[in-house]
Design a protein around this ligand. Structure first.
Ligand code: NAD
Length: 255
């Protein structure tokens, strides 16, 4: 029971395939009390179907990270209902479908701003909101992808957003470290989720991953969830500002 008597806010549950949902289940298994962050009514309906699988009923928190008012209301609710947070999971990203296809060179100003706002600046929003609630320190974990450091076909503006997210992780880690708040990235191999469906030729990316990864198979969502659990728990108490790869050894392989 690694997370007994701990409280975690897991943002980014859209449906049963969401990485955030897999992480929520891993935290729940280890005794954690949960607040689940969702975007809108459609996501809420999906979550309502899932919560019965958890051992403890979660607090449901509506939060659109592009709206300061919504973020403020979400953290006011978390403060009232939880009083304290020990862990925060950021599993939020969005880019327009036309920006995950074709040339990065042709990304519009609006598409660029939207992708960076939802996928990278949102970590500032969550960290700033959580800071006063993380009175006993704890772990903030953000989901990222290799497209931050390599030019991966069709990942385009999302790769630039992930690079900003990873740089943000290091700045936040440096600033929040004195309060015992650790901030880390978890870079996952390709997983079949709603967000992944927006990337053109995702299936080819998924296939190629299994062929080239050191482990010669695809990443499993439970592996990602267990590493997120580790990064949220005291077992990772000496780690901050890092990006941990859970990709079956794809990144370390040569061509
Ligand atoms: P997902 O579609 O299940 O999750 C993305 C979430 O972002 C959704 O819950 C969606 O509602 C939320 N979101 C979008 N706009 C938002 C907004 N304005 N305010 C609040 N929430 C918003 O897909 P996923 O694959 O589970 O994605 C979770 C994270 O994992 C993302 O950061 C993604 O980039 C990252 N990731 C995914 C993969 C993959 O292959 N699926 C690999 C590495 C990293």
């Amino acid at each position: 029971m690694l997370m007994q008597d701990k409280l975690a806010y897991v943002a980014g549950v859209a449906n049963h395939r969401s990485i955030a949902w897999a992480i929520a289940k891993a935290l729940d298994r280890e005794g954690c009390r949960l607040a689940l962050g969702y975007l809108g009514e459609r996501e809420k309906q999906e979550i309502d179907k899932l919560v019965g699988e958890l051992k403890q009923a979660p607090l449901l928190v509506s939060c659109d990270v592009t709206r300061d008012e919504s973020v403020g209301e979400a953290f006011a609710l978390l403060g009232r209902e939880c009083g304290r947070l020990d862990a925060v999971v950021h599993a939020i990203a969005f880019a327009r479908r036309e920006d995950l296809d074709g040339r990065y060179t042709d990304t519009s100003r609006e598409g660029y701003h939207l992708a960076l706002d939802v996928s990278a600046f949102s970590l500032n929003c969550l960290a700033r909101g959580a800071e006063p609630l993380m009175t006993e320190g704890g772990g903030i974990v953000a989901l990222t992808y290799l497209g931050s450091e390599r030019a991966i076909a069709n990942y385009n503006v999302m790769g630039v957003a992930k690079a900003a997210l990873e740089a943000g992780i290091r700045y936040l880690a440096g600033e929040l470290g004195p309060k015992g708040i650790r901030v880390n990235g978890l870079s996952a191999g390709p997983l079949r989720t709603l967000a992944a469906r927006g990337i053109k030729d995702f299936s080819a990316m998924h296939r190629m991953h299994a062929e080239r990864a050191a482990l010669k198979r695809n990443t499993e969502i439970e592996e990602v969830a267990d590493t997120a659990l580790f990064l949220c728990s005291h077992l990772s108490r000496g780690i901050t500002g890092e990006v941990i790869y859970v990709d079956g050894g794809f990144r370390i392989m040569g061509g």
